[in-house]
Write a protein that binds this ligand. Structure first.
Ligand code: BEZ
Length: 324
């Protein structure tokens, strides 16, 4: 073979290796909206550390908490183009693109935090991830959690009528907006970093939030009633850009997928173990805790179910899992 042909053969072989993908090392970027001390951010850092170790230093990952790479809608868009590699993201944001994911927000689908863990680890939940590459341009490796939702109010709350007409901060996504609209409140979509000031200056009357952040972000400094309702789950999902995923070789996909699934799943255990402590910490503040049961929300839950059973076909399967 002459020198030119040898070079051509070597070039084609090199190109084939590259297109088979990711025999090469990669430094991944992982985006989150949560602050560095949040359970999700800690899990992302633990994933990054173990990725380096398990890949023998071939791969590494840098974690960008606190919306450093943008809000979740922007991060999802970046993952679609391959500009961002990975995210630990609210299922809420994903449900804006894939309404079927809204099934997780059925009020009282989970009766407590341990039950929520069981639902998130079910086959029905895993099956819902299959749509994500086609519908959202991301691969979902598994679920995590941020506990259950509560309401923190500036004014006293005696019953659901106390909330009517009130501006209630919500995470920006449709299922929760419907819930608070059906409750005759004025749901006010707002990203996490804006919540403290909005509550402090009265821009909103109340917030929809989980116990960990009610405690850690000190919302009770400006709102003295915590309605302990546990009315909804708040799942997270570990995502990899489908474009990035496609370029990984089979062994890396398996290793990275399993490792990320392990670390997002660890947050489920963190909330099962932590929920009692978070509540104990909130109880140490001067806020009044109002414990309520599902009947507090009257017909809202049924009305929500009739809307979302049509928009989220997987709701029936999740319910069947929840009933097991
Ligand atoms: C929220 O929008 O309330 C939220 C987002 C991420 C983690 C926990 C809470």
């Amino acid at each position: 073979m002459d020198t030119f042909k040898k070079l051509m053969v070597a070039g084609v072989a090199a190109a084939m290796t590259l297109s088979a993908g990711a025999a090469f090392a990669k430094e991944f970027k992982i985006g989150l909206i949560t602050p560095p001390k949040h359970t999700w951010s800690k899990a992302a850092s633990a994933f990054a550390e173990e990725l380096k170790e398990k890949s023998g230093g071939k791969h590494s990952a840098s974690v960008f908490p606190s919306r450093q790479l943008g809000n979740e809608a922007q991060m999802l868009q970046q993952m679609q183009t391959g500009a961002l590699d990975m995210a630990f993201m609210t299922v809420a944001e994903v449900s804006n693109r894939v309404p079927n994911m809204g099934a997780f927000y059925a009020p009282y689908l989970a009766k407590d935090i341990a039950h929520a863990a069981k639902i998130l680890r079910s086959d029905a939940a895993k099956e819902m991830l299959k749509d994500l590459p086609r519908k959202a341009g991301v691969v979902g490796v598994g679920y995590g959690s941020a506990g259950l939702r509560q309401i923190v109010s500036r004014d006293p709350v005696e019953n659901a009528a106390s909330l009517q007409g009130k501006k209630i901060r919500i995470t920006p996504f449709e299922p929760i907006k419907d819930f608070y609209n059906l409750l005759s409140t004025a749901p006010t979509p707002m990203p996490l970093p804006a919540v403290y000031d909005a509550l402090a200056n009265g821009q909103v009357d109340a917030i929809d939030m989980d116990l960990e952040l009610i405690w850690k972000l000190k919302y009770t400094e400006h709102a003295k009633t915590v309605v302990l309702s546990n009315h909804m789950m708040f799942p997270m999902v570990g995502l990899v850009s489908a474009k990035v995923w496609k370029d990984l070789d089979k062994a890396d996909r398996k290793m990275i997928g399993e490792l990320m699934a392990k670390h997002v799943d660890s947050t489920i255990d963190s909330y099962v173990a932590g929920e009692a402590k978070f509540l104990a910490e909130v109880k140490k503040t001067d806020a009044k805790i109002v414990m309520v049961t599902p009947d507090f929300f009257g017909t809202t839950t049924d009305k929500w179910n009739s809307i979302w059973s049509k928009r989220a076909p997987s709701l029936a399967k999740l319910r069947a899992e929840a009933a097991k």
